[in-house]
Write a protein that binds this ligand. Structure first.
Ligand code: MSP
Length: 522
């Protein structure tokens, strides 16, 4: 049912030096929800995620654990990173690992092409490196250490000492791309979103770019530079190329032409790599730049960026085992404006679960289906003549559906959910105002009762379709209860607001509670 619109979207590829936390889960569910929406709209969708397995960080984690780096990443990926996708109910189309042959070979092809085109040269380098960031740090991100690191220079992000590295490196002529990048940002205002992220990158690039060291020779856990076996390719260049190698760069031109270019969703911590270095590398290779880069904010716990290395890390399973994956997805995507930082707290999660999911959406679904069962023996009634207040619901549904689609186009799942929630709130108010339980006591109001319950049930149908990308499990239960022909994931989401899909006369099925009561976490 493809409409020919290609939509390729990626998460960052994560470092499997450690186990995943809710920050990684956040990016992943956001990308999954966007991909599911586009897939359900009939766009030719491809969602990629994966792991970034080379570099010094990985090597050190392996050494510290007494295994080879390959053993270390194999273990972490199979025991922790694949299961994350299951836990969060992610429907990725592919998972790339940078240690795969399909990646390594084509990274070398790309690297050789840059060299042949004259964008790589050899030079001497001495600078402060942060292994946590896998990056030579710019002045602005170097601070004086305190406490045990008194007298040392530390990384502003990781608060750990930097290492002075001095070696012969290959360099990429990034400095030649200052003007072409500024032109790209100017001509394509949506290339970097949101606006504040765009402004930040533009002012950074306006200061002028320096050439970038893109090889390392003091360790060998990486992809070899094709013409110089004593060097491995800088892990960030290796990593960025996953977006191209995974869709056929160097191996399958047809697939590459079909998918590329795509959209990258990243945390703001790695925006510059994606919005500066990555398009420059692509331009140098003569390839198309990405369609866009969207930077989201950080999850804060206790006011700090949540991170495993600072011991504020929370595993996604701590949340999903209590509230379920739908609630995880809903909570992070609705409670945080996509692009801004957001604070996580158990209290906020539990409160929203109760108010919005259990009492809001869940209760609407259970009382509507229960009343159809009770008053119409489980058969969806025929609506009678619509009154203004019924037409107002139809209007709300239509507007909310198109507003939600527009929000998804802007990469704002939070605003899409806000729009969809207008339907939940409107229907709950509609049921309270129309008092079907009172209509049911008066035989002469039976037609009106049918109209009210049809309106509520058809509104639920629209909610199931619109919320399927966000909460696939609950909406599937609701869909089965409404007993509409066809699979939920095949319902064209851009037409979700068209009224009258649910056929009167359909026998509905009992609905299991969508959001059961949970024991409050301690
Ligand atoms: N391997 C690189 C990315 C290479 S992409 C070509 C990397 N990996 S990472 O494991 O550190 O993951 C970083 C990403 O995880 C962030 O960009 C963000 O998407 C997500 N997050 C990690 N911590 C986070 C928060 N505290 N809050 C929100 N997102 C977080 O960098």
């Amino acid at each position: 049912m493809s409409n020919g619109r290609s939509f390729y979207i990626t998460t960052p590829i994560y470092y499997p030096s450690d186990v995943p936390h809710i920050g990684h889960g956040y990016t992943t569910v956001a990308v999954d929800a966007l991909a599911r929406w586009h897939r359900q709209a009939g766009d030719d969708t491809w969602m990629l995620t994966g792991t970034d397995e080379h570099g010094q960080k990985m090597l050190r984690a392996a050494v510290a654990n007494g295994v080879t780096p390959q053993e270390w990443v194999d273990r972490l990926v199979s025991e922790s990173w694949f299961p994350l996708l299951e836990e969060l109910n992610v429907a990725n189309d592919d998972f790339i690992r940078t240690t795969q042959e399909r990646h390594e070979t084509n990274v070398q092809t790309f690297f050789q092409a840059l060299y042949d085109r004259g964008y790589i040269y050899a030079g001497e380098y001495e600078a402060l490196y942060c292994v946590g960031c896998e990056e030579f740090k710019p002045e602005a991100e170097i601070i004086d250490g305190t406490g045990p690191f008194e007298g040392l220079k530390v990384c502003a992000i990781h608060s750990k000492p930097l290492e002075l590295l001095q070696e012969k490196n290959y360099f990429f002529k990034l400095s030649e791309f200052t003007e072409p990048l500024l032109a790209l940002y100017r001509d394509n205002p949506d290339f970097i979103r949101p606006e504040h992220a765009r402004n930040e990158v533009i002012s950074f690039v306006k200061q002028g770019l320096k050439d970038l060291s893109i090889s390392r020779s003091t360790f060998d856990w990486g992809i070899r530079v094709p013409w110089d076996e004593s060097h491995v390719i800088y892990v960030w260049v290796d990593a960025l190329l996953n977006y191209a190698t995974a869709v056929g760069y160097g191996s399958d031109q047809e697939t590459f032409d079909r998918r590329w270019p795509g959209y990258h969703v990243v945390g703001k911590d790695i925006l510059r790599f994606h919005a500066v270095i990555w398009p420059a590398l692509l331009m140098a290779a003569g390839l198309e730049v990405p369609r866009g880069v969207y930077a989201h904010g950080w999850l804060l716990v206790g006011g700090e960026k949540m991170s495993k290395s600072k011991l504020t890390g929370i595993a996604p399973s701590e949340i999903t085992s209590v509230f379920g994956s739908d609630a995880y997805r809903f909570y992070f995507l609705s409670a945080i404006a996509f692009g801004q930082d957001g604070s996580f707290s158990w209290e906020d999660l539990a409160a929203r679960y109760q108010a919005e999911l259990a009492n809001g959406f869940g209760n609407l679904a259970s009382r509507t289906t229960a009343m159809i069962t009770k008053y119409f023996e489980g058969i969806v009634p025929e609506p009678g003549a619509y009154e203004d207040r019924d037409l107002a619901i139809q209007e709300t549904v239509a507007t909310a559906a198109s507003d939600a689609d527009a929000a998804i186009d802007r990469f704002r799942p939070d605003e899409a959910i806000d729009a969809i929630w207008r339907i939940v709130d409107a229907l709950n108010g509609y049921i309270t105002d129309n008092e079907p339980w009172a209509l049911a006591k008066d035989e002469s109001r039976r037609a009106r009762l049918g109209t009210v319950l049809y309106t509520a049930a058809e509104g639920l149908r629209a909610l199931a379709v619109l919320l399927a990308p966000i909460m696939p499990i609950a909406t599937q239960k609701l869909w089965e209860s409404l007993a509409i022909a066809g699979r939920l994931q095949d319902q064209p989401i851009r037409e979700a607001g068209t009224w009258g899909v649910l056929s009167p006369g359909t026998t509905i099925n009992a609905l299991a509670p969508l959001f059961p009561r949970v024991e409050q976490p301690v």
